[in-house]
Design a protein around this ligand. Structure first.
Ligand code: HAS
Ligand code: CU
Length: 542
């Protein structure tokens, strides 16, 4: 890959690694505070570092890593970026970086202790919301560069199917662009005027609804790049083939259709939304599970076909033939395996009656540490172990691969202990977003203590794993032996099959997506605006 484009991706990765370093330290501190092993110095507040942890991990690490990966994938398969596109990409990078630095400063000054979901009526300094807006607008420049590259490629290759990974990158960005309409609307029209003081009150239900219109697809914006690696890169690493190009494309399109009109599954316990609309959005939530089930099916098929071609016999003999000692396979594979219980937890959350039990408990925190913190993070680790040396002209030596395996396994162990304890104590009512409480030494509440100790043990293992990861990343960027690491891109099992043209007819899919969104949201939003109780003033508790 040419130097200029490598540099663009690497700039994103450096910020991502910085974010995960600081955010990870805060995560460790939280587990230690919650289990009452330490108390924070008076200059830091639990909810303040919780906010910083959430923003740095869930927003900054993910977004920067994803853009670094998307640029590299697109350049690898469609050729270098033109000067104009590269300039747009850099403008985006700098806007996102300024937004991130500004946001973190405001949080560390104690002016934005509102958690990463910034729920009204918690109020932050206006600059916090402006920082968020900068990050999002920055991503629009990057999205433009990638989508334009795809369009130009298609013009030059009339009648050919686009490279699968580029199609997936574009689908991920289409999802992102539609989803961010909600958060931009609430930040620009509600939070910024309210925090500056131009208006006194905020419509809470509306702000949360617009947030979750974005907040749910946001989780697929994290997941889909991991799916890109599962569908396209992992088959090549194991020496196998992509099971079906068309199935993969359809799965991504189904995410565009179904990931947005489902935000109410985060608001099932909120008043002011009628249960009919909650019901409809829960049904649509169950529809968005289908593309993940398709993915599970396709991956099992790829693994089994490869294992059998290597001589694996019997029902499961092929499992032994997979390259378990290659971290580029093992790390994402462990992420897939964890996604089975993690996804099942998501289905529990989405089920109205069961949501009553788990909502606002630390069970939900356990759920998202398995999904984003394990499934997606492990896949991103797996990607970075070949992509960073590829971009830097270095190699992942056998010895580094060994350390990387150790790092990923330690991450899995830490995450299983921590998230397991979160799930179990959540079922005992342990609240999320709460520093310490025993409800006046109530017997159930005192039983949470042991689980919180387990969370601290898991958190400590994760922190050790993180230090090892960052050390390896520094090594792979600057010190590992020079050489050429491959950027693996898989091929389809049967290359002669052309995917149906409709799959690349974006107007149709985006049209259906908007129709579903309008169906699921128009009436409830009109209702929330017309029948809103008096708006709320802002609160700053910490
Ligand atoms: Fe979720 C809350 C429902 C997926 C992230 N979720 C959250 C929050 C986050 C999050 C961050 O309905 C908290 C937000 C907050 O702060 O309040 N979630 C779901 C559902 C799914 C789901 C139905 N979530 C994710 C993913 C995330 C994520 C992915 C991040 C990346 N979630 C909810 C709900 C809530 C929620 C409610 C609100 C809870 C509340 O009350 O507040 C589905 O997409 C899951 C489908 C997945 C599957 C698994 C398929 C398995 C595959 C692996 C195959 C393995 C192979 C390997 C091939 C059905 C694809 C074989 C290996 C072997 C060893 C056999
Ligand atoms: Cu959701």
């Amino acid at each position: 890959m040419n130097k200029l484009d490598s540099r663009l991706s690497m700039a994103h990765f450096y910020i991502a690694f910085t974010a995960i370093a600081i955010g990870g330290l805060f995560g460790l501190l939280q587990t230690l505070v919650r289990s009452e092993m330490i108390t924070l110095p008076s200059s830091l507040n639990y909810y303040q570092i919780l906010t910083a942890h959430g923003v740095l991990m869930a927003i900054v690490f993910t977004t920067f890593f994803i853009f670094g990966f998307l640029y590299a994938s697109v350049v690898r398969t469609t050729g270098e970026l033109s000067c104009g596109k590269r300039r747009a990409a850099w403008i985006g990078f700098w806007m996102m970086t300024v937004g991130m630095v500004l946001g973190v400063i405001i949080i560390m000054l104690g002016e934005a202790t509102v958690l990463y979901t910034f729920y009204a009526p918690l109020e932050a300094h206006p600059l916090f919301y402006i920082a968020l807006a900068l990050i999002i607008v920055g991503t629009y420049f990057g999205s433009f560069a990638i989508i334009k590259q795809y369009n130009d490629w298609r013009k030059q290759h009339k009648g050919e199917k686009s490279p699968l990974i580029v199609f997936m990158a574009v689908a991920t960005l289409v999802l992102w662009l539609i989803a961010t309409i909600g958060v931009v609307a609430t930040v620009v029209l509600q939070f910024i005027p309210w925090s500056i003081g131009w208006v006194d009150e905020i419509n809470i239900a509306l702000s949360r609804t617009l947030f979750w219109y974005f907040g749910h697809p946001l989780v697929y914006f994290w997941l889909l790049p991991a799916y890109m690696a599962w569908y396209v890169i992992v088959p090549k690493i194991i020496g196998g083939k992509i099971f079906s190009d068309s199935l993969a494309r359809l799965a991504f399109l189904l995410f565009i259709l179904f990931s947005i009109p489902v935000g109410f599954h985060h608001q099932l316990l909120e008043p002011g939304i009628s249960h009919e609309w909650k019901f409809i959005q829960v049904v649509l939530t169950f529809a968005v599970i289908i593309p993940s089930l398709m993915t599970a099916f396709a991956l099992f098929a790829t693994f089994e076909m490869r294992g059998r071609s290597l001589g694996g016999k019997g029902l499961f003999g092929w499992v032994k033939k997979l390259p378990w000692k290659d971290v580029r396979f093992l790390a994402p594979f462990m992420g897939m395996a964890i996604f089975i219980p993690a996804g099942a937890g998501g289905i529990i959350n989405a089920s109205n009656q069961m949501n009553q039990v788990v909502h606002n408990t630390i069970w939900v925190t356990g759920h998202f540490h398995l999904t984003i913190g394990a499934t997606v993070a492990l896949t991103f680790f797996g990607i970075s172990y070949w992509l960073i040396p590829h971009l830097k002209g270095r190699v992942l030596t056998k010895q580094l691969n060994g350390l990387a395996i150790y790092q990923s396994v330690l991450w899995v162990v830490g995450m299983l202990i921590m998230s397991g304890a979160m799930h179990f104590s959540g079922l005992l009512g342990n609240p999320r977003r709460t520093q310490v409480t025993t409800y006046f030494d109530h017997s159930v509440a005192t039983s949470w203590g042991a689980y919180e100790t387990a969370m601290a043990v898991g958190g400590s293992l994760l922190f050790i794993s993180l230090i090892l990861y960052l050390t390896l990343m520094i090594n792979l960027s600057f010190f590992a032996p020079k050489g050429q690491e491959e950027f693996p891109i898989g091929e389809e099992a049967d290359e002669s099959i052309q995917p149906p043209a409709i799959l690349e007819n974006w107007k149709v899919w985006i049209g259906i997506a908007f129709a579903l969104i309008l169906f699921a949201y128009t009436i409830p939003i009109i209702d929330i605006i017309q029948n809103a109780p008096p708006g709320s003033k802002g609160f700053k508790f910490w």
